[in-house]
Design a protein around this ligand. Structure first.
Ligand code: GLU
Length: 446
């Protein structure tokens, strides 16, 4: 790392103690920025980078709610409004017991550059709660969402901050959040949240967009080597929204998907994952992944507590959560002949894993590029809301495809320009950073 950047990184670590995921996200960006600060020392001298690491606003609030047994529960809510140089803060809400400020800040920091890369006018932010939705009834989820929005509403708005989903927050939760926002404000302000249902301001393709986009990105990377997704054997981790749609798009493009996982283990299916069955188990029944293998039979099996990355494959789409793929798994995948990896989740690969992949010549699409299709389609949803229009599936899908292609090309071209051809990590970080930095410079000391 450049000495100037190293000093700055140490300062960020000192000012944000104990937030290891945020430290990791900052380190990844700083590692990649060496070539750009060498050429343009003004980015460091003007304090742009230091400013970027300090969120514009951080909101932490109490979320009290009553469970089905009449007991009062208390959770902590967060919204980190990180950067609004390019547009209103934009980014999802995560409901998961692991959530604390360090997770929200890592996600918000990533979101700044990801959103810049989409080419859409959106700033970066993220929020969520340490609420654990597992095992909660629908009524409990609703009461929690209503209480969460009772505080959040005063901080958001179509021109201010536009939340969406992330882990633990899907169309159901967005519905409860939107309903409460509407009651409190007495406004049908569809542009205040994205990921809405189709009959009340949602966009077609938004549910599919993150997973679809990640596979489109993998396909683009493979095309630089004269290959494509067609005929690949694909390893997907996770079984939430991103994973299911990554499986769908991989299959549409002619690949065989072998795996999916959840926190209890993984399934491997030598005949290719039966997506309809997996959706039935995970989306409809909200069950455990073992049920997939029990019902599918044949050449499928459930492996409890195993590591999904032990399965050989040519393309990996990690779509579960941060740091799910470590250096040991990276080496196993490389030994087993991995050709490409696109991060469907946010920061699923540890820093060492990423280094191994790049060193071994694996085509590596970092999350802020590869999973940007979700937020890009959120921006398309905002466009439709602003013009009170609804677009067809095909039209929206074509737009997503174009965005992913442009984004891929911009990363590649930037990596080339800065002397690291084929390195998408460098390309994505520099391209995202320069766009935000230039906007901040133009807007004065903000
Ligand atoms: N949570 C998603 C992400 O990580 C989507 C955010 C959005 O649509 O605003 O990019």
């Amino acid at each position: 790392m450049e000495p100037g950047l190293e000093k700055l990184r140490d300062e960020v670590f000192r000012r944000n103690p104990g937030e290891s995921e945020f430290h990791q996200a900052v380190t990844e960006v700083f590692e990649a920025l060496g070539p750009v600060v060498n050429r343009h020392p003004e980015y460091v001298e003007s304090g742009i980078l230091r400013r970027m690491c300090e969120p514009e606003r951080q909101i932490i609030f109490r979320v009290p709610w009553v469970d089905d047994n009449g007991h009062v529960q208390i959770n902590r809510g967060f919204r980190v409004e990180f950067n609004s140089a390019l547009g209103p803060y934009k980014g999802g809400l995560r409901f998961h017991p692991s959530v604390y400020l360090g997770i929200i800040k890592f996600l918000g920091f990533e979101q700044i550059f990801k959103n810049a890369l989409t080419g859409m006018p959106i700033g970066g932010g993220k929020g969520g709660s340490d609420f654990n939705p597992a095992g909660r009834t629908d009524a409990e989820i609703m009461r929690f969402c209503q209480s969460f929005m009772t505080e959040l509403y005063r901080h958001i708005g179509e021109y201010t901050d536009v939340p969406a989903g992330d882990i633990g927050v899907g169309t159901r939760e967005i519905g409860y959040l939107f309903g409460q926002y509407k009651r409190i404000t007495n406004r049908f302000e569809s542009g205040v949240l994205t990921g809405k249902g189709m009959s009340w301001g949602g966009s077609l393709v938004r549910p599919e967009a993150t997973g679809y986009g990640a596979v489109m990105f993998a396909d683009q990377m493979l095309r630089t080597r004269g290959a494509s997704m067609d005929g690949q054997t694909v390893l997907v981790s996770g079984s939430g929204n991103v994973a299911l749609n990554a499986i769908a798009k991989s299959q549409q493009l002619g690949a065989t998907v072998l795996t999916a996982s959840d926190s209890s283990g993984y399934v491997v299916d030598e005949d290719g994952i039966d997506l309809e069955l997996l959706r039935q188990v995970k989306e409809v029944r909200r069950g455990r992944i073992a049920e997939y293998a029990e019902e599918r039979g044949g050449r499928s099996r459930f492996v409890a507590d195993g590591c999904v990355w032990d399965v050989p494959g040519t393309v990996a789409i990690p779509s579960a959560t941060q740091n799910e793929l470590d250096d040991k798994s990276a080496l196993t995948l490389i030994d087993n002949g991995l050709v490409a990896l696109a991060e469907g989740a946010n920061m699923p690969c540890t820093q060492k894993a990423t280094e191994h992949m790049i060193h071994a010549g694996v085509l590596f699409g970092p999350g802020k590029a590869a999973n940007a299709g979700g937020v890009a389609t959120s921006a398309l949803e905002m466009q439709q809301n602003a013009s009170r229009d609804t677009w067809s599936f095909e039209y929206t899908h074509d737009k997503l495809e174009q965005i992913m292609t442009d984004l891929h090309d911009r990363c590649l071209e930037t990596a080339d320009r800065y002397g690291t051809p084929g390195n998408y990590v460098v390309g994505a970080n520099i391209a995202g950073f320069v766009k935000v930095a230039d906007a901040m410079l133009a807007q004065g000391v903000i």
